[in-house]
Design a protein. Structure first.
Length: 79
C-alpha cells in the first residue's frame, strides 16, 4: 500500500497560537441596578384561574368523556 498524501495530524503537530485576550463583561463593569418588573396581581390571578380550568378540569374531563364515547361506540358495533 502506498503512503497517504495527507499526513495524519495529532495535537502535537498543531501550532499553538497566541492567547487571545479575554473580553471583559461590560454589563458587570457598569454596576447598574437590576430593574424589577411590575406584576399585575389581577392579571396573574386571572391567568392562574384559566390555567387551572384548562389543565385540571377541562382536559381530564374531556379525556374521560372521550374514553366513554369510544367504549360506547365499540360496544354498539360489536353487537
Amino acid at each position: 500500500m502506498g503512503e497517504s498524501k495527507v499526513p495524519f495530524k495529532t495535537n502535537v503537530d498543531q501550532k499553538i497560537g497566541p492567547f487571545k485576550r479575554l473580553k471583559r463583561n461590560r454589563a458587570a463593569d457598569s454596576r447598574k441596578p437590576i430593574k424589577a418588573t411590575k406584576v399585575d396581581d389581577a392579571k396573574e390571578k386571572s391567568n392562574r384561574i384559566k390555567w387551572v380550568l384548562r389543565w385540571v378540569l377541562i382536559l381530564p374531563l374531556s379525556v374521560y368523556a372521550f374514553v366513554w364515547l369510544v367504549l360506547l361506540l365499540i360496544d354498539l358495533f360489536k353487537t
